[in-house]
Design a protein around this ligand. Structure first.
Ligand code: SF4
Length: 88
């Protein structure tokens, strides 16, 4: 069993071992430029640690790959929306 890479310098967290990506090819979650993230996002939809994963990626500024069913642009949109809410 493999787990997807944690953020550079970040310690692995307990939920990562429960992620469905630990049972799939981690490369699907970090496709080459132009590659599809559709399959990874479908896996995430069924993952029981999806929320933990997404919040981890948001908290650690993950810029690449699929985390919690969302790609970089989707996470960026969430961060911006939260920043706007905080500053309102
Ligand atoms: S939500 Fe997706 S990326 Fe996160 S642990 Fe689950 S399968 Fe892996």
């Amino acid at each position: 069993m493999t787990t997807r890479p944690a953020a550079a310098g970040a310690r692995p967290t307990a939920w990562q071992a429960d992620g469905l990506c630990a049972q799939t090819d981690p490369e699907l979650f970090h496709p080459e430029k132009g590659g599809t993230t559709a399959y990874a996002k479908r896996v995430c939809l069924a993952c029981e640690v999806r929320i933990e994963c997404l919040e981890y990626a948001l908290a650690n500024g993950e810029l690449h790959g699929v985390w919690g069913g969302m790609g970089p642009d989707q996470r960026k949109a969430i961060r911006r929306a939260r920043d706007r809410r905080r500053s309102a």
